[in-house]
Design a protein around this ligand. Structure first.
Ligand SMILES: Cc1ncc(COP(=O)(O)O)c(C=O)c1O
Length: 473
């Protein structure tokens, strides 16, 4: 008799993806300016540490909010006692007003349609439980956030069918790709229940165009399915070409009654406010049945009362939110520029982006061949030798080898500068050797690399060594 459940022993969680194994490598040898200056720099974590000073300054000016007090009086007991799963009304009101503010107040939200969850992770899974049966499918544009395999599939049994987006279209969603994904699901006998997109995109760092959003609405309208828009990065849009357009704005403009109840938003304070540890997310839906079911399910992942209390005070301080949003965007823009110009100096390009905490970086020219094996080979060099943890495109289900997600907002400027120096040094030597090995053929390149064994990159770039596993080094 098996003692453990199938769920506990299956591996559909995605834990063994290179996205997570890169984090594990980082944990074994984390960079620190003084204690471990040769350690691995974490560039695989989409965290925003650029604006903590604003939050800390607000906290020091508003000690009651974090000190369990109202007008100087303790409310410890009130917060410690049983919490209703509908959430604190004051917090829900402050949250929806903040959601509207980061969308330029072009749309407004009704707090009674909001369900609080322990982060966007829980919001996405809860929506799967509400909208699909095990074995039914959601279509997702590739590349997508690696955590979705866990959040959407693992416990729910829902399937993900990729919408194959490619660099030739700037990774935008096309009608042909949508139709092909739908057909692919049908060929696999999977019933499609909806499309899930992230806008702005993780890992692309781009906002969706009005055309793409209109295409999506028309598609779900014609197929009679749902659309989930995970807008967790809505507050990280830092520059044009286009400002952020929420799918709710398109719905309002088109006045489409028939899909109104089939479009659902996911939101969170993890990215723009930089509070992933507080576990604050939300579902926003126009369908009362979805709101009621998700509210009942939220019992499994509530946001604690003291967090709600603290954040309702912070988010209802409009002077603070206004300043925070604009300053945070300024800092993200500057940091993004720093990464892009650091990459350019290493002759590396990335997809033009205007949002998020990362860039989608094109290293196709550094691959030995146009394969995912070559992508892993390059990734291992970058993690184990250059000591930068970045995320390979294959972990995001990208269909083209050679793309990587590189994060820029979870470190100091000095650390980012050091990361770029390391990458530059690596690329200079690696591309020379790669060029030689391409023009001279295998055996000649081995001879050359032995001759030039003074430099560590060249020495390490023999074919045999490249094929070795990291733990064999
Ligand atoms: C697109 C997307 N959705 C959801 C999440 C999970 O966020 P949270 O920390 O709020 O659970 C992330 C985190 O990186 C994300 O990138």
């Amino acid at each position: 008799m098996k003692l453990l459940s199938r769920k506990a022993t299956c591996n559909s969680h995605g834990q063994d993806s290179s996205y997570f194994s890169g984090w594990e490598e980082y944990e074994k040898n984390p960079f620190h300016e003084i204690r471990n200056p040769k350690g691995i720099i974490q560039m695989g974590l989409a965290e925003n540490q650029l604006s903590f000073d604003f939050l800390e300054s607000w906290l020091s000016k508003n000690p009651d909010a974090a000190g369990f007090k109202r007008d100087g009086e303790s409310i410890f007991r009130e917060l410690a006692l049983f919490q209703d799963y509908h959430g604190l009304p004051a917090f829900k009101k402050a949250f929806v007003e903040y959601m509207a503010e980061i969308r330029g107040n072009k749309v407004s939200f009704n707090p009674s349609h909001l369900v609080l969850t322990a982060g966007a992770t829980s919001a996405n899974e809860t929506l799967m439980f509400c909208l699909a049966e095990p074995g039914e499918a959601f279509l997702l544009p590739t590349p997508y956030y690696p955590g979705f395999d866990r959040d959407l599939k693992w416990r729910t049994g829902v399937e993900i069918v990729p919408i194959q987006c490619t660099s030739s279209d700037g990774f935008q969603i096309t009608e042909a790709a949508l139709v092909a994904a739908y057909q692919d699901a049908q060929n696999r006998n999977l019933r499609v229940k909806g499309v899930l997109v992230t806008n702005p995109s993780n890992p692309l760092g781009t906002t969706m165009t009005r055309n793409e959003l209109n295409l999506l609405i028309s598609f779900i309208e014609s197929k009679g399915i749902h659309l989930i828009s995970d807008e967790i990065y809505a507050g990280t849009v830092f520059s044009s070409p286009s400002d952020f357009v929420s799918v709710m704005e398109i719905l309002k403009a088109r006045n489409c009654e028939n899909v109104w109840k089939r479009v659902h938003l996911v939101s969170s304070l993890s990215k723009d406010l930089g509070l992933p540890g507080f576990r604050v997310g939300a579902i926003y839906s126009n369908d009362d049945i979805v709101v009621a079911a998700a509210t009942k399910m939220s019992s499994f992942g509530l946001v604690s009362s003291q967090t709600q209390y603290l954040l309702s005070a912070m988010l209802s301080d409009k002077k603070f939110t206004n300043k925070y949003i604009s300053e945070n965007q300024k800092r993200l823009r500057q940091r993004h520029k720093m990464l892009v110009s650091g990459l350019e100096k290493a002759e590396i390009k990335c997809l033009k982006s205007n949002a998020g905490l990362f860039c989608w970086v094109d290293m196709r020219h550094l691959l030995r061949s146009n394969t995912f094996e070559s992508e892993m080979e390059l990734w291992k060099r970058i993690v184990y030798d250059v000591k930068l943890n970045i995320s390979p495109g294959s972990s995001c289900h990208c269909t083209e080898p050679g793309w990587f997600r590189v994060c820029f907002a979870n470190m100091s400027e000095e650390t980012l500068e050091l990361a770029m120096q390391r990458l530059r040094a690596f690329v200079t030597e690696y591309s020379t050797v790669l060029g030689q090995s391409r023009s001279n053929g295998h055996s000649q390149s081995r001879k050359n690399s032995r001759r030039r064994s003074l430099t560590k990159w060249v020495f390490r770039l023999s074919f045999d060594d490249c094929n070795r596993q990291p733990d064999e080094r």
